[in-house]
Design a binder for this molecule. Structure first.
Ligand code: HEM
Length: 245
């Protein structure tokens, strides 16, 4: 299939609709954060916590958490419920570290990696505060925000095949061998403890810190999936760190 065909097929409205939410409450013992969790049939958990007060149509921060078997090749979260023209959060395991795909020149999403990120036993867990996961420019260049007053249609993809260079955040990777969609209960994900949770789980700036300014998200395949190396170099210069704790 050609990229133009994929983009055209994906050029629908952002996936919100009146639907039966498929998420349930989940409290992560490690961070103390209560998320709304979608337990996918592939054994990957997708979790979101939101601030209590969100202005209508305004961008807002999210705390996200992905938990997956560490043997997974990579797992991605598509915030518009489709592959193209929206921030994609993409992580994989590299030994005892979690790697996060870095930004492209089109990225608007930034991530602050929080406690609750790492490899324990057979499990990969990634927890971050994301600015820009809830809003983006759509394929026509219009600002688009996920409506936090109702269920949101999200999507994920995963591959059993490892990325080409697991130690390299800018690694290329090949197509998924599974995708899925679900409806997430966003009103139930709101919590007045949001800011407290961020503060409590912020990693101290003493070596293991990560405030991954500029990391990550790319606007779909129209922008190309290989991350430009110059961006990686900038991230390395600015941060001198990997997505790990
Ligand atoms: C090398 C990387 C990738 C390639 C070559 C690729 C290719 C494709 C193709 C060809 C389709 C259309 C399948 C069809 O309709 O028959 C598709 C669908 C999809 N892809 Fe990817 N993909 C890649 C990476 C990703 C990533 C990183 C995500 C992140 C979540 C993702 C999420 C999806 C989703 C959710 C669908 C289902 C259709 C939709 O809802 O948009 N893909 N992909």
């Amino acid at each position: 299939m050609k990229w133009s065909t994929i983009a055209a097929a994906a050029a629908g409205l952002v996936g919100t609709a009146a639907a039966q939410a498929e998420s349930v409450p989940y409290t992560d013992a490690e961070t103390g954060i209560t998320f709304q969790q979608y337990p996918s049939e592939d054994g990957i958990q997708f979790r979101v916590a939101l601030p209590e007060l969100i202005e209508p149509s305004q961008p807002y921060d999210v705390i996200l958490q992905i938990e997956a078997p560490k043997s997974i090749g990579w797992v991605g979260w598509a915030w518009a419920g489709q592959m193209t023209y929206n921030p994609l959060t993409l992580v994989w395991a590299n030994g005892d570290q979690v790697r996060l795909l870095p930004p492209t020149p089109y990225a608007d999403a930034t991530y602050q990696v929080l406690k609750g990120t790492g490899i324990k036993g057979d499990t990969l867990k990634f927890t971050a505060l994301c600015k820009g996961c809830s809003s983006w420019m759509d394929f026509t260049g219009e600002p688009t925000t996920v409506d936090s007053t109702q269920e949101a249609r999200f999507a994920y993809a995963h591959s059993s095949k490892p990325v080409a260079e697991p130690a390299n955040n800018a690694s290329s990777f090949s197509i998924h061998d599974g995708v899925g969609h679900w409806y997430h209960d966003l009103p139930a994900a709101k919590n007045p403890a949001f800011n407290t949770w961020v503060a409590k789980n912020t990693i101290s700036p003493n070596g293991t810190s990560l405030s991954l300014d500029g990391v990550v998200g790319f606007r779909g395949l129209g922008s190309g999936l290989k991350t430009p190396l110059r961006f990686m170099e900038r991230i390395r210069r600015e941060l001198g760190a990997d997505a790990r704790n």
